[in-house]
Design a protein around this ligand. Structure first.
Ligand SMILES: N[C@@H](CCC(=O)N[C@@H](CS)C(=O)NCC(=O)O)C(=O)O
Length: 201
């Protein structure tokens, strides 16, 4: 399998962490791709022009990190990141949706920060910061699910928190959300987190 990948994309990182947790990372070749340069290979693979996209074979491609993660999960029956049914499935999917929403908000802020100062949207930044802060407060109430068995929810949350530290370090959530901070510190020790660290800078 080939994964269109960018080393700083948090959505790609989610897929790579999931692959590592599933023991499938050796089967995935990383194709270095900068989606902002509009490479035609990426547009051919994913009409949305985004990473991650997973090429399973020449004519079988998946895109959107939740879809790719669920596909990878289907390849390993020993580890289950997506509970098959019932409440545990909806709990995992809700956590993933929440974490992906944090990422969407943080990426929007990041893209805005790359504009010249006079062209930035301060209202949008404030709105997205509020989204992130509300979502973190919500996560405080989901601690029991974060501590439970490994699911895609935890992978996604770890990835979202790591991206906040990477791109929005001034939003120091660690001091406000102490239980989450404690959970995250333990999660950061996993090999899947260590080997998928984005480059510095
Ligand atoms: N919902 C998508 C989001 C993917 C995404 O936005 N990727 C960014 C990189 S972090 C991208 O490729 N952006 C290029 C663009 O928006 O044109 C997922 O979960 O995979």
């Amino acid at each position: 399998m080939k994964l269109f990948f960018s080393p700083t994309s948090p959505y790609v990182r989610k897929v790579r962490i999931a692959a590592k947790e599933l023991g499938l990372d050796d089967q995935i070749e990383l194709i270095s791709t900068n989606p902002w340069e509009n490479p035609p290979e990426l547009a051919d693979a994913n009409p949305l022009g985004k990473v991650p996209a997973l090429m399973i074979s020449d004519n079988e491609i998946l895109f959107d990190s939740p879809v790719i993660c669920e596909y990878l999960d289907s390849l390993n029956r020993e580890v289950v990141l997506f509970p098959v049914a019932g409440k545990s499935r909806w709990d995992a999917l809700r956590l993933q949706a929440l974490a992906d929403g944090i990422l969407d908000a943080a990426v929007m802020i990041r893209l805005d920060s790359l504009r010249p100062e006079s062209e930035r949207y301060s209202d949008m930044r404030e709105r997205q910061l509020n989204v992130i802060r509300r979502a973190l407060r919500y996560l405080d109430s989901e601690m029991t699910r974060l501590i439970g068995p490994l699911t895609i929810g935890q992978v996604a949350v770890a990835c979202a928190l790591a991206y906040l530290d990477f791109r929005l370090p001034e939003e120091d959530w660690h001091k406000v959300h102490l239980k989450l901070d404690c959970w995250y510190a333990t999660w950061m020790e996993r090999e899947s987190m260590q080997v998928t660290m984005p480059p510095l800078g």
